[in-house]
Ligand binder design. Structure first.
Ligand code: NAP
Length: 340
């Protein structure tokens, strides 16, 4: 016996990956519904070797459905997640709407799978921001060994993190550079993204950091430890898929780079590729379509007492969103919503 599963936002970047990953991982599905907005009614999306026609989220009745994976943005989530939850369907949400709600667990299964059991207060579980997800996967085993005090992270985030429109803007602007008759002004991003980098993701906050940077701080504290200090600079780069992060970590006690490499090699969800030679590290193009969080460039930081630098790369549509959501659904099924 399997589950009745809904994917809301099935025509989007994350929703399509959710359907792929549910099929790839053979999630026990009895019935599946692919939902999007009314304008996409009947749009065909793939689920394994099947084709599904999307239905209208606005008129969908969640009664009798077990799990809904949401990837529709905060505004629409505010309307539809409470509807689904009230009908008894557990929502696993990818927007930022519920991430900081104390009654909603924020979960990365490699880090805090036990938190899933807290779903029942609102029938909602939140998925973290893509940049946070891959970073905490890398930090957790190191924190368990030497207790992290402070993290300084700079991100290099792909345009797919801004949805389908972000990918289209990079594609169209890149073409326009070679064909200057076509003008493609910045719309989704604040400046030209093709052949450029933009140190601005999400809105500015009063203290000068952006909301994306604030999210990395708040979410790391909620998922891993409230005592870890984090400071982030989040940058959009002209890469289609795959977020990269340069992470500087300060520990309470000494952690040798060789031991850190061994610990990371043995840890769930992580693939270490770290050879000190040309090409002996991972770049975003190589991580696309993969489940792992890749770690390279592991080295001591000689400027502080107990410091390490690492380079962390992952597919933002997978570990940063769809894969993490499906992993949460797996834990939920195994521990809370047992079938059969
Ligand atoms: N991309 C990432 O790396 C990433 C990572 C973590 C979290 N997220 C979050 O995941 C969510 C989706 O992101 P995405 O990148 O997949 O965006 P996207 O490619 O722009 O897709 C958005 C999806 O939401 C649907 N949608 C939007 N408004 C709707 C409404 N009012 N009613 C019904 N469906 C609606 C769209 O349907 P139509 O096609 O019919 O418009 C589409 O299926 C966002 O909350 C985002 O912040 C994204």
């Amino acid at each position: 016996m399997g589950y009745k599963v809904v994917v809301a936002g099935a025509t989007g970047n994350v929703g399509r990956e959710m359907l792929n990953i549910l099929a790839e991982r053979e999630f026990p599905v009895d019935e599946i519904a692919a939902l999007a907005s009314r304008k996409s009614l009947g749009t065909e999306v793939s689920f394994g070797d099947k084709t599904l026609k999307t239905k209208d989220l606005d008129t969908f009745d969640f009664t009798g459905w077990d799990i809904a994976l949401f990837a529709i943005g905060s505004d629409a989530t505010k309307i539809y997640a409470p509807k689904a939850a009230k009908a008894g369907c557990v929502v696993i949400d990818n927007s930022s709407l519920y991430r900081y709600d104390p009654d909603v667990p924020l979960v990365v299964p490699e880090v805090n799978a036990d938190a899933v059991t807290g779903y029942a207060k609102k029938n909602i579980i939140a998925n973290p921001n893509c940049s946070t997800a891959q970073m905490v996967v890398a930090l957790k085993p190191l924190h368990d060994r030497a207790t992290i005090k402070r993290v300084v992270v700079s991100t290099y985030q792909s345009v797919s993190g801004a949805g389908k429109e972000g990918m289209d803007e990079l594609w169209d602007q890149t073409k326009a550079v070679y064909n200057p008759t076509a003008d493609v002004p910045a719309k989704k991003f604040t400046k030209q993204i093709a052949f450029n980098v933009i140190p601005h993701i999400d809105v500015f906050m009063e203290d000068g950091q952006t909301k994306e940077e604030w999210k990395m701080v708040a979410e790391t504290k909620k998922i891993l430890s409230k005592d870890i200090k984090v400071t982030a600079t989040c940058v959009r780069v002209p890469v289609f898929v795959g977020h990269s992060e340069a992470v500087n970590i300060e520990f309470e006690s000494h952690l040798d780079e060789a031991e850190a490499r061994d610990i990371l090699r043995e840890s769930p969800g992580i693939m270490v590729i770290d050879k000190r030679e040309n090409g002996g590290y991972v770049t975003p193009i190589e991580c696309v379509g993969d489940y792992a969080t890749f770690i390279s460039r592991i080295r001591q930081d000689p400027t502080i007492d107990n410091g390490l630098n690492i380079w962390v790369v992952s597919d933002n549509l997978r570990k940063g969103a769809a894969l993490n959501a499906v992993q949460i659904a797996e834990v939920l099924g195994q521990r809370c919503l047992k079938k059969g």
